[in-house]
Design a protein around this ligand. Structure first.
Ligand SMILES: C[S@@+](CC[C@H](N)C(=O)[O-])C[C@H]1O[C@@H](n2cnc3c(N)ncnc32)[C@H](O)[C@@H]1O
Length: 222
């Protein structure tokens, strides 16, 4: 998969956070903002007492219709709000942060993931990319949090490998030979992960690094 550097760490992180939220909060009410097809619902299902999806356009998988900037939800109605690969598409990320905080109960948490580097992909728009410091500032400036933690999903080599893989896959598919790119993309993914594992300088945020995706955990004050 060309977007392995985003998707594999995202699934691992959400599985860990789903269990950690249950250990800290017990069964929780969860709001999935910009839910799309709700691909992560199975990770939360064992722990959530309610799982509600919201999307801005009519979506048979979403219980509610509305945007992250104006959620059709009461204050503090959920213990956990997730917003996965949505921030890059929303008009007003500052408003999105304050809305996510508003709908999350005291002691609850918000989980966001969004891109550092990615090809343009409107859904329906595509406006923003982030650095780890930019995302942390966005959260701290727009709501009151007990803690905000921003971590890169994968390393610099994985990010470079993802960009190469995306265009390799595209070129192969245009030549009606998509299947031929698969072993090459798999090899790039595994070499890139191995290189990043060997170097903290490629994994940890610092000058010269490049990250495909970031994970944010923002906890509301108790
Ligand atoms: C890349 S998809 C991600 C879907 C899902 N969260 C996932 O990870 O598979 C982007 C989603 O964001 C939604 N979206 C776009 N703009 C939005 C906004 N302003 N507020 C809430 N959702 C938005 C789209 O309808 C779409 O479902």
């Amino acid at each position: 998969m060309p977007t392995y550097a985003v998707r594999a760490p995202l699934a691992r992180w959400l599985a860990e956070e789903a269990a950690r939220a249950h250990a800290d909060l017990g069964p929780y009410r969860l709001l999935d903002v910009g839910c799309g097809q709700k691909p992560y619902e199975p990770l939360f299902a064992p722990y959530a007492s309610a799982y509600v999806g919201v999307d801005p356009a009519p979506n048979p998988r979403a219980e509610l219709e509305g945007s992250v900037e104006e959620l059709p939800v009461e204050d503090a109605a959920y213990d956990v709000a997730i917003c996965i690969q949505v921030f890059e598409h929303c008009d007003d990320p500052a408003r999105a942060v304050s809305e996510l905080a508003r709908v999350t109960a005291a002691g609850g948490r918000v989980l966001v993931s969004t891109h550092g580097v990615m090809a343009y992909h409107p859904s329906p728009a595509d406006y923003w990319r982030w650095t780890h410091t930019g995302l942390e500032k966005l959260f701290r400036d727009n709501a009151d949090w007990a803690s905000v933690r921003v971590t890169p999903a994968s390393g610099t080599t994985a990010c470079l490998g993802m960009i190469a893989s995306l265009y390799l896959d595209l070129a192969a598919r245009r030549a009606h030979a998509g299947i031929l790119a698969r072993p090459l993309v798999a090899a790039i993914n595994s070499v890139a992960s191995a290189v990043d594992r060997r170097s903290a300088q490629l994994r940890e945020p610092g000058p010269g690094t490049l990250f495909a995706n970031f994970h944010v955990v923002a906890e509301r004050p108790a």
